[in-house]
Design a protein around this ligand. Structure first.
Ligand SMILES: Cc1cc2nc3c(=O)[nH]c(=O)nc-3n(C[C@H](O)[C@H](O)[C@H](O)COP(=O)(O)OP(=O)(O)OC[C@H]3O[C@@H](n4cnc5c(N)ncnc54)[C@H](O)[C@@H]3O)c2cc1C
Length: 399
């Protein structure tokens, strides 16, 4: 987007891309369906960013969600709005977005060289030397848009942070975000790949509720995962990083309060008085969770239901309403949807995306210390900052 905008202003643009094809991450975004942006209004949109959201205000005023949708529609991409204002490629095929973006760049004369990992960037009096394995490139104005550190198989290996640091910029601490969370306990293997729908999960800092989400969660490779966990991870990771006791408390029966749940448990136990407890559990939870529950609470599932004491019922009710996991670490970089942290926003002019340390150097996208919730916010931030960096870089060359 940065190159497209600069080329529109008549500037000669070269994109150096380390991978065999550009924009691989965009091509797998939104579970392969490309959640480009969100139709939330400006104020609501900003609420989905970390505390640096204000840094994006100017960029969003210049090029926002409606501009991005219009840009892609003009480029021949049909879009569709879905639940929660999420905008996708109507074809449900994210690589189509990449195709339209690359075509738009080529139409404006942008040259894209693939398989060209940049190894080093050096400052000269005239501009910059960009060193690749076989060749050095010289330019007067440079935009670094190398993304974050997450999902490195898409090409974003974190090189840009090194380049920026070598050019005198501070990098705020980097954490994987929008990622699974590891509990302190070893989860039973039988839970692996199990999804739980319609649960409510709360993020606790000690005993204090920090956030809550309703929806689906799952257990994957010993981690808590799935949409509600991924969303809560953005707030969990700073707590973990600062050493605070961090818990996820899952309510498996959010439609019933403690009292109603107790009545229902009692009613069902009475109905099944002579049957073994495991039959009662089968109606209450998925088999793997029933097993996890009865083992954790040490219930004898072969005993008849009428022997289930009031104390056991209280324990079960609490387990169902407040299944608590202490979180010890975020999931790996290889699976994180975004990188939290990055180039310190204080060192970038928010009205141009130009470095305050190195004139004629611009930044765009996830390399900057900005990150947001899922829902199309991260891509919009990358496109908006790219658009602004491209326009400002072109203006620099024009001067
Ligand atoms: C699985 C997944 C799904 C996602 N889904 C969504 C979604 O639906 N909606 C949303 O808003 N966000 C989504 N995101 C986040 C979003 O994709 C990113 O925030 C966005 O792609 C960041 O754009 P960027 O241009 O800054 O970086 P990237 O898209 O990572 O692009 C950086 C580019 O720089 C290249 N590069 C890096 N280092 C070098 C080097 N040394 N030399 C040359 N080239 C280099 C890389 O190969 C890459 O092509 C998703 C992320 C993941 C991992």
């Amino acid at each position: 987007m940065a190159a497209i905008k600069a080329a529109e202003a008549g500037v000669e643009c070269l994109v150096l891309e380390s991978m065999p094809k550009p924009a691989r991450k965009l091509g797998i975004s939104g579970k392969g369906r490309g959640n480009l942006t969100n139709t939330a209004d400006y104020n609501e949109f900003l609420k989905h960013f970390n505390r640096q959201g204000r840094f994006l205000k100017f960029a969003f005023k210049q090029f926002f969600n409606n501009d991005l949708v219009e840009f892609f529609n003009r480029a021949g991409l049909e879009t569709v709005e879905e639940r929660g204002g999420r905008v996708f490629a109507a074809s449900g095929h994210a690589p189509e977005i990449v195709g339209k973006l690359v075509a738009a760049a080529e139409k404006r004369g942008v040259k894209i060289l693939t398989d060209r990992p940049v190894k080093k960037i050096s400052r000269t009096d005239q501009g910059f030397i960009i060193s690749t394995q076989n060749r050095d490139f010289h330019c007067t104005v440079l935009i670094i848009a190398t993304g974050g550190k997450s999902y490195p198989l898409t090409g974003s290996t974190g090189d840009g942070f090194r380049f920026a640091a070598e050019l005198g910029h501070d990098i705020t601490p980097l954490f994987p975000s929008l990622v699974a969370l590891k509990p302190d306990m070893q989860l039973p293997g039988a839970l692996d790949r199990l999804s739980l729908r319609n649960i409510n999960a709360r993020l606790l800092c000690g005993e204090k509720k920090t956030a809550e989400e309703f929806g689906e969660m799952s257990f994957i490779d010993g981690y808590l995962a799935g949409p509600v966990i991924i969303t809560l991870s953005r707030l969990a990771i700073p707590l973990l990083a600062s050493g605070q006791p961090t818990f996820i408390s899952v309510d498996l029966k959010p439609a019933l309060d403690h009292e109603k749940l107790d009545q229902r448990l009692l009613r069902d136990l009475q109905k099944m008085a002579k049957e073994p407890l495991h039959r009662f559990f089968a109606g209450l939870l998925p088999a793997q969770m029933a097993d996890f529950c009865s083992r954790t609470l040490k219930f004898n599932v072969n005993s008849p239901c009428h022997q289930f004491t009031a104390e056991n019922r209280r324990k079960l009710r609490n387990w169902l309403k407040e299944l608590r996991f202490r979180i010890v670490e975020p999931g790996p970089w290889s699976q994180a949807i975004v990188t939290a942290g990055g180039i310190d926003c204080g060192q970038i002019d928010a009205t141009t995306m130009e470095s305050k340390i190195q004139p004629n150097l611009f930044f765009a996208g996830e390399i900057i210390d900005i990150d947001a919730d899922t829902g199309g916010y991260n891509l919009q931030a990358a496109f908006s900052t790219g658009w602004l960096a491209g326009r400002s870089a072109a203006a620099r060359i024009g001067n």
